[in-house]
Design a binder for this molecule. Structure first.
Ligand code: FVH
Length: 288
């Protein structure tokens, strides 16, 4: 075992990128993947292949795990509880806050330190300035391993609640999927005319640049619990205009199903007498 040795368990697109980043940073890297052949390119680039997941865990004090989902993490780790003591597991598999907290408690039961993480990058972005990775778990564990983890991109520590990284990961992805959903509708509408989406896309992109700061002002209102009185571009006006999306979609022969849930919430808020407020107030309907 060596300070500079890191094990990577899971060599899909992301695990491979992580292992490559560690190699590039000068670490000795031991890799394991269920389908052994996926380790071969990394071995050619200098990694050592572990025959079993247990061998990979034993090989390094720091074990980075990047598998498809938490079920696969359990399937890989649970048979090897006897070799976990003294190791630090950094689980970068996408999951929920609850799954992360459960995994952290399970790891502690077996004598392992645990950090959960959310990778905010696609594989080609790993080890570039655009990549950032969210981490949560014990601060001492993060501080110990941050110099190694920085190889993946900017490391952002969110506190000792193991679920914090998964929560913010999912929150950021939700924002992304909202933009994707709206953009898909926009592009479908343009395509329905027989027009070129390629010609339209730069205009859509320019329009969206103006929307990227929207969460900053929205957050101010949410924290204050104040959605304004008789605001400009109020919810009532926006809801009246929103109906045109459905009429236009019908006229153009496309489905408006990506927009329907937002419209229904806007209508409910107006029905609650909040039409004079900002659209941000719709967030109150998302409480359960
Ligand atoms: N790729 C991306 O754009 C995103 C970026 C943000 C973070 N995500 C999350 O990263 C996790 C891994 O994603 P990935 O891109 O590496 O995914 P795949 O290329 O599909 O590789 C999946 C690996 O998981 C292994 N695996 C699946 N099931 C099992 C199992 N039951 N037992 C053991 N290993 C399993 C699979 O092995 P194999 O099929 O090659 O044998 C791959 O190593 C993921 O949470 C993303 O949400 C990526």
């Amino acid at each position: 075992m060596n300070d500079k040795t890191v094990s990577v368990v899971g060599l899909g697109d992301m695990g491979t990128a992580l292992a490559d980043a560690l190699l590039a940073a000068g670490h000795r890297v031991t890799v394991w993947n269920r389908t052994a052949a996926r380790a071969e390119p990394l071995v050619a680039r200098g990694a050592s292949r572990a025959e079993t997941a247990a061998d990979a865990i034993v090989a390094s004090q720091l074990v980075v795990i990047c598998l498809l989902d938490y079920d696969s993490v359990s399937q890989v780790l649970v048979p090897h509880t006897d070799v976990l003591a003294g190791r630090t597991l950094v689980n970068l598999t996408n999951g929920t806050p609850g799954q992360a907290r459960e995994m952290a408690a399970w790891a502690a039961d077996h004598g392992a330190d645990y950090l959960d993480g959310g990778i905010m990058a696609v594989p080609p972005m790993i080890a570039t300035p655009e990549a950032f990775v969210l981490y949560s778990g014990p601060s001492g564990t993060f501080e110990t391993w941050q110099p190694v983890l920085d190889a993946f991109g900017e490391s952002r520590y969110l506190g000792d609640d193991a679920g914090a990284a998964a929560l913010q990961d999912l929150a950021l992805l939700a924002g992304m999927y909202g933009v994707i959903a709206g953009s898909l509708h926009a592009l479908a509408l343009v395509r329905s005319t027989g027009g070129s989406t390629r010609e339209f896309a730069p205009l859509l992109s320019k329009w969206l640049q103006g929307v990227v700061t929207w969460p900053l002002a929205a957050a101010e209102q949410i924290d204050a619990g104040d959605y304004g009185e008789d605001v400009v571009s109020n919810l009532g006006m926006q809801t009246a205009g929103f109906a045109n999306h459905f009429i236009a979609a019908e006229e153009q022969g496309i489905s408006a199903e990506l927009l329907l849930p937002v419209y229904q919430l806007m209508q409910r808020r107006v029905a609650d007498g909040r039409g004079h407020e900002d659209i941000v107030g719709v967030i109150e309907l998302l409480k359960r």
